[in-house]
Design a protein around this ligand. Sequence first.
Ligand code: AMP
Length: 193
Amino acid sequence: MLNIVVLGAPCSGKGTQSLRIASFYNLSHISTGDIFREEIRNNTPVGHMVMSYINKGELVPDHIVLREIYRKATRKDGRNGFVFDGFPRTLNQARMLDKSLLKKRMKIDLVIFIDVGESELVGRMHQRSKNSQRTDDNPDVLARRIHIYRNQTFPLLNYYQKDGRLCTLSGMDSVESVFMSIRQNMDNYLNNK
Ligand code: AMP
């Protein structure tokens, strides 16, 4: 059993890398963003609730996020463990996640932080807003998402660093080399487990 959290700013590549980690290590991938987009597509009550937050680049309230992630995790095959992508995003979410895993005698083993510099992020945001179909990928909303990330999600680095779970690596290289360095860190952890 191996539970991983992938942290990174919007446009850091965390979605792409999370999928690769899940596939390579045979883990279940859970993306809160994907869960919400699916609810919106299916026109469900949850979809209606979260749509305005997402379209403004704001965070969906914790109680909705926690309920939905719990629902998804219990439906998925979590035998080998999970890769959490886009969750947690607030200190409260991180604490709640640790608490509920502890009840099941489980834990987050490793937190992978994909570090991308501010000017690179701005460039990627610019590119992404030209090609993306997502309603929250326009320049204003992307800027708001980065702002929220800095204020609400960045403190998580300290939270995970304190007990040695944080592993920071550069996200400035190609998808392939970022994944190679994730693998190195994960294999190192697994070998010393
Ligand atoms: P993402 O696909 O991870 O970039 O998420 C898209 C949007 O979904 C975010 O900008 C938030 O509005 C919402 N969202 C996703 N995950 C969370 C979370 N853990 N907490 C609050 N809101 C979230």
